[in-house]
Design a protein around this ligand. Structure first.
Ligand code: IVH
Length: 682
């Protein structure tokens, strides 16, 4: 085909495919068969391959994916992504209305919407083209998941119609419909991976996959419900939704305008029941003031808009009989009692097990085998036991005696003063603890070895190939190829066998190799030292700079680091006192993992604060505490958590703890204000 003909055909095909995508995924009204659609798409893919420079930047072939995101970039939201105030009762909705009427008067119209239970997303369009998609994150900054969001077929890559602002953001929710969720979990079980607890977790996990071609297969969907910003050519929220619909977005057909409390309660009661007929999860309804001017007058609190509120459906309950109690051992060795129940229908699924949390809860509930118990299903896969129906207690109901030794390895259980959980202390030899630690080690925020999952870790462990994280780096092709596992298929209850083939083995080994690039903070977090989460690991890495210095640190120097309190310090000391742990660190070092902090990664603005240590405390007029701490580091200074004789300055804001001031005065530490600090670095 000649170039100009190809150009014309690419443009015509793109337009046509876009239209069919919209018909199928947004309007649910396909005009052609799947086969015809695939033919068009294949033709476009072929042409774009032959004439790569003619491919349009917003081509619908992007829905197929292919781009890889190694690390999701953090992006600041133009408008903070706030959450909504939650209510659980009709009375609280009445209070919400009263507050609004007091400020606005009685002439208020509301829009009632479904509260989609998925992952919040902000998508930016420039000149009608999708340019960026960012997750909520902490509300201020989120992950840039553009490549993955582009694979969602119901989200337009190029807008229809006209009248949209040159640049704008639209907010919505990425969800996974029930049918896709079930299909995906079946596949995961087959692959030996742990199924997702609910569609929300599955949607969130899918959005964070590195390979967008895989995301494309997950059948994610997106509903949109909000246009932030005050430069919109519309008067009401409802008009915004209608306009967004005309631009090609999937807007729920169940958003309705209401005037009276009765209408709002009708909507609520209808969806409290009808939600079970939807093909996706909702966890409540959202009520919004319709008029954008009125929204502006009402404004925001620090966390949420005053012009909207969400009503969360109550978790559903059922009564059933407690048959027996078994005990599970978690990654940290914590023992969780789990109740086996007579199967009961609850919120659309059959419940057979429920968590009893810990020994204290069993005692408080005074639950006995044979009792009729009330179970409730929240967002997690395993429901909770709420209480006992004492009236129906059988005469022979027997008390639940808590176990005294580990059901997995037989070690005597221990309980620390003040904690409610019993623990198996056999950290390095108890199978679920070993597997749990390995799962933590490979997890996304730790070493991010996504070619290994729970199922594969179990296989490696069961075959005696890995016992701790250092063993992962000794795996070889020959040891992995042909490794087998038998499991019971949940579909037909038949035994199936899976075995590692060449592609799986190569992926695993590549993933392990790639993980060697993880920085010191991530390695430290991956080690799974109790109470050392991501943030603590980051602070420790930046403060001590190397594992040798961290391992040599004493209690005082540990607690000097910001955010490190007595409990964390003790846990770190305990961990490094175990010879086996030191041996693992040595082996990981030999395997090439990074055990020192690369200071060149910290943005350096100057060295004016080199050698100085700061304690930042109180509330400041112009900066947040975190901003000040970051500035200190950028100028070469160090932040520490508590005042000691080694502290150079106490940077004091309003409402600072009196204890800190007293200590600084006693030790002769200079106390400086925000403005004095700024002059230090200017
Ligand atoms: S409006 C400024 N509408 O619920 C408020 N949010 O708990 C913008 N959500 O973060 C949000 N369905 O992720 C809005 N119809 C809906 C929603 C909805 C689900 C989520 C959203 C938000 C969270 C708040």
């Amino acid at each position: 085909m000649d170039r100009s003909l190809a150009k014309e055909r690419i443009s015509a095909l793109s337009e046509e495919i876009r239209r069919h995508n919209h018909n199928y995924y947004v309007l649910s009204k396909p005009e052609i068969s799947d086969f015809q659609f695939d033919m068009l798409l294949e033709e476009l893919i072929r042409l774009e391959k032959d004439f790569p420079d003619l491919a349009e930047p917003d081509s619908p072939t992007q829905h197929v994916g292919g781009g890889i995101t190694k690390e999701f970039k953090q992006v600041e939201h133009r408008y903070p992504m706030l959450s909504l105030g939650n209510t659980y009762s009709e009375a609280e909705i009445g209070d919400f209305e009263d507050r609004i009427h007091k400020i606005i008067g009685d002439d208020v119209e509301y829009v009632c919407e479904l509260k989609f239970d998925g992952v919040a997303i902000g998508v930016t369009y420039r000149n009608g083209i999708l340019v960026q998609a960012v997750t909520r994150g902490d509300g201020v900054r989120g992950d840039d998941v553009t490549t993955n969001v582009k694979t969602i077929r119901s989200i337009p890559l190029k807008l229809h119609g006209s009248g949209f602002p040159e640049e704008f953001e639209i907010r919505g929710e990425i969800i996974l419909p029930h049918a896709s969720f079930e299909k995906m979990n079946e596949q995961r079980i087959e692959d030996g991976d742990e199924p997702f607890a609910n569609p929300r977790n599955a949607a969130s996990g899918s959005l964070k996959m590195q390979d967008s071609a895989e995301v494309s297969k997950r059948n994610l969907d997106g509903f949109f419900y909000y246009l932030p910003g005050n430069n919109l050519p519309f008067k009401t929220h409802y008009e915004c939704l209608t306009a967004a619909k005309s631009w090609g977005f999937k807007i729920s057909e169940y958003a309705v305008r209401c005037k009276t409390s009765e209408e709002i309660f009708d909507y609520l009661n209808t969806w409290n029941v009808a939600r079970h007929d939807l093909s996706f999860d909702i966890d409540g309804i959202v009520i919004k003031v319709n008029d954008l001017r009125q929204q502006e007058i009402l404004g925001y609190t620090a966390k949420s808009p005053r012009w909207a509120i969400s009503y969360k459906f109550k978790a559903e309950q059922a009564a059933t009989k407690l048959l027996s109690v078994v005990y599970q051992v978690g990654r940290t060795g914590a023992i969780t009692p789990v109740a086996n129940l007579r199967p009961v229908q609850l919120a659309g699924t059959v419940v057979k097990r429920a968590s009893l949390h810990n020994a204290d809860i069993i005692a408080t509930l005074d639950v006995r085998i044979g009792d009729t118990v009330y179970v409730e299903k929240g967002g997690e896969i395993i429901p909770k036991i709420l209480g006992v129906d004492l009236e129906h207690r059988p005469a022979d109901a027997s008390p639940v005696g808590f176990i005294s030794s580990c059901p997995e390895c037989g070690t005597a259980l221990i309980r620390t003063e003040g904690e409610s959980a019993w623990y198996c202390p056999n950290e390095n030899n108890c199978p679920p603890q070993i597997k749990g630690k390995l799962e933590h080690f490979i997890s996304r925020k730790a070493m991010n070895i996504d070619s290994l999952g729970e199922g594969k870790i179990e296989m490696l462990f069961d075959n005696g190939l890995v016992h701790n994280c250092a063993d992962l780096y000794d795996l070889t092709y020959d040891r992995l190829i042909g490794l087998e596992k038998t499991f019971n298929s949940p579909e037909d209850k038949k035994e199936r066998k899976i075995s590692f083939r060449e592609k799986t083995v190569t992926n695993i080994l590549n993933g392990i190799e790639e993980s060697k690039k993880a920085g010191f903070d991530r390695v430290l977090y991956a080690l799974g030292i109790r109470y050392v989460g991501e943030t603590v690991a980051r602070k420790l890495a930046a403060h001590f700079m190397s594992v040798e210095k961290l391992a040599a640190a004493d209690f005082t120097s540990l607690t000097e680091v910001e955010e490190i309190g007595d409990k964390i310090a003790r846990s770190i000391l305990d961990w490094f006192a175990v010879p086996k742990n030191l041996e693992i660190v040595e082996r990981l070092k030999i395997s090439g993992l990074i055990f020192s902090h690369d200071e060149s990664l910290v943005i350096r603005l100057s060295s004016k604060l080199e050698g100085l240590t700061f304690v930042v405390s109180g509330v400041f007029a112009n900066f947040s505490r975190d901003q000040l701490k970051k500035t200190i580091e950028e100028h070469g200074g160090k932040n520490i958590g508590s005042v000691s004789s080694k502290t150079s300055y106490l940077l004091a804001g309003d409402n600072m703890g009196p204890e800190k001031r007293r200590k600084a005065e006693k030790l002769g530490v200079t106390i400086i204000s925000e403005s004095a600090f700024l002059s230090l670095i200017q």
